[in-house]
Design a binder for this molecule. Structure first.
Ligand code: PGA
Length: 255
């Protein structure tokens, strides 16, 4: 998984932000900028997905959901849940699974995340699978092994990994304004890349052509270009700095 010729994948994670009119304003601004150098995905709250699908119809943007149900592939008596098939139906191409905020506030364990990954892949959604260590794990020195084991625990057996994008998001860097350093990012991405290659040595070449490991955690217009130039960093997952269309555009323009 050396850097290949595919475009960097830049994902805007809007979290629980934006009304329909705020999203429309963002799109109006953002779609007026040119952005051929990257592939862009907007991960929006469920309430915005239908509207987004209509608005981006004639653009190259893709949409993602920020989670899906682990309970059933398509439907069932699960109040408040949204299934992977429903996301596909509303026009999502991607879904974020295992974000640390889901793990923290909704107590999602690797087992549940693995189930979500399996269901999402079954309906042909591309999965953005988030992994990352907390500060105590980093300070213990065991962070590389921790993240690799977390990643493994979230992967269902016998799946085609060509539709999985791995997002390394150190928890201590999310929303803190303190991104990981270039050295820390390269260390983790190289480690994951090497281990993924070993894992997949005997499987299809498809994965090697398509697999991506993206970085997330306090990405801004100031650091996006140096982070993206790191080895084995195929894209960025941007939270806070994606909420403002101009700021998000600067992140892309600076690449
Ligand atoms: P941040 O969030 O860019 O605001 O740190 C990243 C994320 O949570 O995906």
């Amino acid at each position: 998984m050396e850097k290949n010729n595919s475009k960097p994948l830049i994902i805007a994670n809007w979290k629980m932000y934006k009304t329909i009119s705020e999203a429309n304003n963002w799109l109006e601004k953002f779609l007026s900028y040119s952005r051929d150098n990257v592939e862009i995905v907007v991960a929006a709250p469920y309430t915005l997905l239908g509207n987004l699908r209509e608005k981006i119809k004639h653009s190259s943007l893709s949409i993602a959901a920020q989670d899906c149900s682990d309970k059933a592939l398509d439907q069932g008596a699960f109040t408040g849940d949204i299934s992977a098939a429903m996301l596909k139906d509303i026009g999502c191409e991607y879904v974020i699974i295992g974000h640390s905020e889901r793990r923290k506030y909704h107590h999602e364990q690797n087992k549940i995340i693995r189930q979500k990954v399996e269901l999402a892949l079954k309906v042909n959604l591309k999965v953005i699978l988030c992994v990352g260590e907390n500060l105590a794990q980093r300070e213990s020195g065991n962070y590389l092994e921790f993240v690799w084991q977390e990643l493994l625990a979230c992967l269902p057996e016998r799946i085609d990994l060509s539709n999985v994008i791995f997002a390394y998001e150190p928890i201590w860097a999310i929303g803190t304004g303190k991104s990981a350093t270039i050295q820390q990012i390269e260390e983790m991405h190289s480690y994951l890349n090497e281990h993924l290659n070993n894992l997949l040595k005997n499987t299809t070449q498809l994965f090697e052509k398509n697999a991506k490991i993206v970085y997330g955690g306090s990405v801004t217009e100031e650091n996006s270009s140096s982070i993206l130039s790191c080895n084995h960093v195929a894209g960025l997952l941007v939270g806070g700095a994606s909420l403002d269309a101009e700021r998000f555009y600067k992140i892309i323009k600076n690449l």
